[in-house]
Design a protein around this ligand. Structure first.
Ligand code: NAD
Length: 262
């Protein structure tokens, strides 16, 4: 039997990882970056803009990030500049995590039926198409194969009250994951969506009545409590290890079983 020989606690030793989406210490991306680092990976981290930088920089320092750059995926050339820096410094990339989402507040808080074309398009661009751009830029750097992961949510598959236009946006993201998995499979690039249960983060605070969703999740989930960002990080990291080498195109729930409930 050919069991991958992973040194204990070093399953990602020397892996080069790009993490997009740390805003602060509550960010899901931070939980993932912590686990990647704890398993031996080298990190490239980004921050949205100068206003966000003071919140992210101490975390990047704590995690010993090799590369730390601004990245606003809505700005032409910004994501490209991150990949140029990765090519110059590392010459390759093994893992890419996309943990970003955005929708204009008035569109996010209203009914999908009332969403504006501009708001919907912007949500789709930042939250979904930027993952496609990220995959395209990563592909030539993933010379030894690789793993690409995007954060989704159960509102993609079922109606979750107040998730509104983000439902169809996340559905598109999960579908994009499957097509990218198909297109990049021959290069040994595996592509996944991870679907966490609700977590109190800045992005989530834009959803109406989010505290009720949290309370309901902990009451109804079979494990009886909310997941935390490190739980999400552990599953995300697993998907990038050789133990997951024949998995691709999946949406993996990290929700304490909440999504199995009727
Ligand atoms: P967060 O606010 O910590 O992270 C969202 C990130 O998106 C921030 O770092 C922000 O800077 C980034 N972002 C927004 N616009 C951007 C742009 N134009 N360019 C680059 N980055 C941009 O919140 P989070 O909950 O950690 O969100 C991370 C991901 O997890 C999102 O995709 C979100 O939809 C998903 N998610 C969240 C929950 C939850 O309950 N919090 C549940 C399931 C999935």
């Amino acid at each position: 039997m050919n069991i991958p020989d992973l040194p204990p606690g070093q399953a990602l030793l020397g892996q080069r990882v790009l993490v997009l989406g740390i805003a602060n210490e509550h960010s899901i991306a931070y939980g993932c970056a912590k686990v990647f680092r704890a398993l031996g990976a080298d990190l490239a981290l980004t921050y949205l803009n100068e206003k966000a930088r003071p919140h992210v920089e101490p975390l990047a320092r704590e995690l010993g990030a090799d590369i730390f750059l601004p990245c606003d995926v809505g700005e032409a050339g910004s994501l490209e500049a991150v990949f140029e820096a990765i090519a110059a410094r590392w010459g390759r990339l093994d893992i890419g995590l996309h943990s970003i989402a955005f929708a204009p507040r008035e569109d996010l808080q209203g009914r999908l039926a009332d969403s504006s074309a501009e708001g919907f398009a912007r949500a789709m661009d930042i939250s979904c198409h930027s993952f496609i751009r990220m995959a395209r830029l990563a592909e030539p750097l993933m010379t030894g194969g690789g793993t690409l992961i995007a954060m989704s949510y159960h509102g993609a598959a079922k109606v979750v009250p107040n998730y509104n236009l983000m439902g169809p946006v996340k559905a598109a993201l999960e579908c994009a994951v499957r097509y990218l998995a198909y297109e990049m499979g021959p290069r040994d690039i595996r592509v996944h969506a991870v679907s966490p249960g609700p977590l109190k983060t800045r992005a989530a605070s834009g959803l109406k009545d989010f505290d009720e969703l949290l309370a309901e999740a902990s009451a109804r989930a079979p494990i009886g409590e909310l997941v935390d960002i490190e739980d999400v990080g552990l599953t995300t990291a697993f998907l990038a290890t050789p133990y997951a080498r024949r998995l691709t195109g999946t949406t993996t729930y990290v929700d304490g079983g909440l999504s199995i409930m009727g």
